[in-house]
Ligand binder design. Structure first.
Ligand code: 4AD
Ligand code: MG
Length: 482
């Protein structure tokens, strides 16, 4: 018999009144002395298939195994349902237990669990409605990212995971070594990195950008989509030590082209989720609403989840410079009433409270901030003409989203060899980045790119509150379980 998913069973009308076989996990089981109802789920949809079992046909011995979490194979006839809540149900003729589940011990009981409890049970949480919905949407967004770029002539480009360079120059790297850490070989009192596997010190990549730029210098338009690693000790609801990043890099694109691309890209992805994952989003929308009602008035979101997603797709992002943003912050009542915890003045890096004020209170829509001070951005960003008062900026762009803050960081790249070299000299990295500088020596072109934090996107689309809940097995300080 053809293998059928519960999604197919629930949506294909031609299956009605036919014999089918289905396999899945019991979400819950209830009923009376004559008939039992088993809700079965196989991960293909948020909806369960209701299996109806006549007690006369199944012995006590068989029925005692119908516990939440157990897996079953059920054969029977699919019929129109008598009850409310489903169109069809399966009249069971044969039920085979595939794997038993001890009702007392199974952690995923059919009731509301705290997010913390579900994180501690991340090996089982994909069996809940919430996490089923999140991970289906996560998959869908990943697929849509490849589709978007493929249809627009970008090539999927694989930057290395192990690298000897620090692309962001922020020094938040995980070391990769095969040296014996108990007793490492030494040279002149220091660890002898030449004796290490690669003959030099290496680390897990913080970004695939620099190698992405090399790709764009021959293939024109490329994008990476892979894991990146940051050893920053930030225990927040927005940071992971291991996260996935999408980094497109385009030859012949300036900052304006870069902004147009990122806006179109984000809208496409959100719209894709709205169209293809409507049932999962409907469920998450209701969940979001419940959570929202429990928050303090001033922290409540003004829009529902689906409403917010539609709003982002339908409206232009606000575009302004860092300098303009600082002026807005300085003139805000929020600032005058000293409600910001961190100082606001030209030259400081914006804190998440500032970003969220701009996005959630002032503009009430996504914002692209550009032309940040040179001193607070990475070495590879293109230098702008100095401002009238002599302040120095670079062609950076950050995309800020409501409820998230920074979702994308990018820039036009410095394509002029002398300027770039001056900056790498300052940082003492010109020698190790000889290959990067070579792209500016041989046929340099204006080019741009950005990095989208995949989990921040999934966080936004699913309306979840913590980034640990949108990746199957989160890696955060002091936590590498599973
Ligand atoms: O702003 P970032 O550090 O930029 C780069 O890495 C550039 N090389 C990107 C480029 O231009 N190709 O990181 C980019 C994005 C951030 O905007 C954020 O969404 C995400 O990556 N991100 C994180 N997501 C989760 N956990 C963390 N610790 C993150 N750090 C950055
Ligand atoms: Mg950034």
């Amino acid at each position: 018999m053809k293998r059928l998913s519960i999604d197919e069973i629930l949506t294909k009308s031609e299956l009605r009144d036919t014999q089918i076989t289905v396999q899945g996990w019991i979400r819950n089981e209830r009923g009376n002395a004559y008939v039992r109802f088993i809700n079965l789920n196989d991960g293909s949809t948020i909806h369960n298939l209701q299996v109806v079992a006549d007690v006369n046909n199944f012995s006590e011995e068989v029925r005692k195994d119908w516990n939440t979490g157990a897996s079953l194979k059920v054969e029977g006839k699919l019929v129109a349902s008598q009850g409310k809540g489903q169109n069809v149900e399966l009249l069971a003729e044969k039920i085979t237990l595939l794997g038993a589940s001890d009702a007392e011990k199974y952690p995923m009981q059919p009731k509301a669990h705290s997010m913390e409890f579900l994180r501690e049970n991340a090996h089982l949480r994909m069996r809940t409605q919430t996490f089923g919905a999140i991970f289906r949407i996560r998959h869908g967004l990943a697929f849509a990212i490849h589709q978007y770029f493929h249809e627009r002539g970008f090539y999927y480009w694989h930057s290395p995971i192990i690298t000897a360079s620090d692309a962001e120059g922020a020094g938040e790297m995980f070391r990769v070594t095969t040296l014996n850490l108990e007793n490492p070989p030494k040279k002149e009192g220091k660890i002898d990195t030449e004796a290490d596997f690669f003959g030099k010190a290496t680390n897990l990549t913080v970004s695939g950008q620099l190698e992405g730029e090399l790709g764009a210098m021959g293939l024109g338009k490329v994008y990476t989509f892979g894991p990146t690693f940051r050893a920053e000790n930030s225990n927040t609801a927005r940071h992971l030590a291991e996260f996935w990043m999408i980094e497109p890099e385009m030859a012949f694109y300036d900052l304006k082209d870069n902004m147009d691309l990122v806006e179109d890209f984000l809208k496409y992805l959100i719209n894709f989720a709205l169209e293809k994952y409507a049932d999962d989003l409907q469920f998450l929308d209701e969940r979001f609403e419940k959570e929202n009602k429990q928050k303090k008035k001033e922290e409540q979101a003004e829009m529902g989840l689906i409403e917010k997603l539609r709003f982002v797709v339908a409206n232009d992002f606000e575009r302004l410079t860092y300098t303009e943003a600082i002026d807005i912050l300085l003139q805000s009542n929020h600032y005058k009433k000293k409600k910001f915890q961190y100082d606001v003045k030209w030259g400081v890096d914006l804190q998440s409270e500032h970003e969220r004020y701009l996005v959630e209170k002032h503009f009430k829509k996504p914002v692209i901030l550009t032309n940040y001070p040179k001193a607070i951005k990475a070495f590879y960003m293109r230098e702008d003409e100095p401002l009238a008062d002599g302040k120095e900026t670079v062609s950076a762009m950050d995309v800020l989203f409501p409820g998230i803050g920074e979702i994308v960081g990018g820039s036009q790249r410095e394509e002029r060899l002398e300027r770039l070299q001056a900056r790498t000299d300052e940082m003492g990295i010109s020698e190790e980045l000889w290959w990067y500088l070579d792209t500016r020596r041989f046929g340099s072109v204006p080019h741009s790119g950005f990095g989208l934090g995949f989990e921040r996107l999934v966080l936004f689309v699913t309306g979840m509150g913590n980034i640990r809940d949108v990746i199957p097995f989160p890696r955060t300080p002091k936590n590498a379980e599973f």
